[in-house]
Design a protein around this ligand. Structure first.
Ligand SMILES: [Zn+2]
Ligand SMILES: [Zn+2]
Length: 271
């Protein structure tokens, strides 16, 4: 199935698809420098200790360029004709980033969960900021996934940025079938235990219950009876590029919530 066919079958996703397209078009128009690949030898001890790459004091990933990118994406978007209240919100975010030369640096630290910054519109800045950061970090995310030994991580948070997973994917065939977790922020995918809940890490290695949904392109809802958290899971291969994008399955979040389940997964779509 293609993304267009998916949208034709789920027309209520069209507004978020339009917003996604608008923001990514603005991000493509600004200059995108690439983050330099760090020296992995410097990082290896922190990696084994469970410190995500962007939080490691042993490697310095220059985020100065990313700060400029975040400001540029916001300004570019603010200069467009935007629907509804998005125009006002975008202008307010742009003004906040411009009012003090230290603001972009603090905004990026805030995106990484490190700084006390109070954005006027946190949902919008989070979405725009991570869209820019993910583009900047893309070469590092690629090189990191080649370098790291997945068996030595297997943690419930992203090895690159430290975020909690947005979704999961099952790949391969039994008995070697694997579960990958997917970061909605920096787009890293990493391995996790096949069973068990990544949110409460409940001691007994219980299986998650599965809510299968007919005709949803291999997507299902895996949920934990201990903590009530759920993880949208793509039980297939081939369409992960857009099916793991989270926004393409926001209707499943509504379905899960209607069943009393809690979204403990990180989301860029709370705006
Ligand atoms: Zn991440
Ligand atoms: Zn749980």
């Amino acid at each position: 199935m293609t993304q267009d066919a998916w949208l034709a079958r789920h027309p209520y996703l069209q507004p978020v698809a339009d917003l996604h397209a608008l923001i990514h078009a603005a991000a493509r128009e600004i200059s995108t420098p690439s983050a330099l690949i760090p020296r992995w030898d410097d990082y290896i001890d922190d990696f084994h200790a469970g410190v995500p790459l962007l939080h490691s004091a042993r490697v310095a990933i220059d985020l100065g360029q990313a700060e400029r990118m975040v400001s540029s994406v916001v300004e570019r978007l603010a200069s467009r004709r935007l629907p509804g209240k998005l125009a006002d919100e975008c202008e307010a975010v742009a003004a906040q980033l411009q009012c003090d030369p230290g603001s972009p640096r603090r905004a990026v630290a805030w995106l990484l969960g490190e700084d006390l910054f109070s954005p006027t519109h946190p949902g919008l800045l989070y979405y725009l900021g991570w869209t820019a950061l993910a583009r900047y970090l893309s070469p590092v995310v690629g090189a990191f996934s080649h370098w790291r030994d997945e068996e030595r991580w297997l943690r419930s948070y992203c090895p690159t940025c430290g975020g909690t997973p947005a979704m999961a994917q099952l790949v391969g065939v039994d008995p070697g079938r694997l579960r990958l977790l997917s970061c909605g922020r920096c787009t890293t995918r990493w391995r996790y235990r096949r069973t068990g809940c990544p949110f409460c890490q409940s001691a007994e290695d219980h299986r998650l219950a599965v809510l299968a949904i007919e005709g949803e392109g291999g997507l299902r809802i895996d949920y934990c009876e201990a903590c009530g958290g759920y993880l949208k899971t793509y039980n297939g291969e081939g369409n992960e590029g857009w099916l793991l994008a989270d926004w393409t399955s926001l209707h499943l979040d509504i379905l899960a919530r209607d069943r009393g389940l809690k979204r403990l997964a990180a989301s860029l779509y709370e705006l």
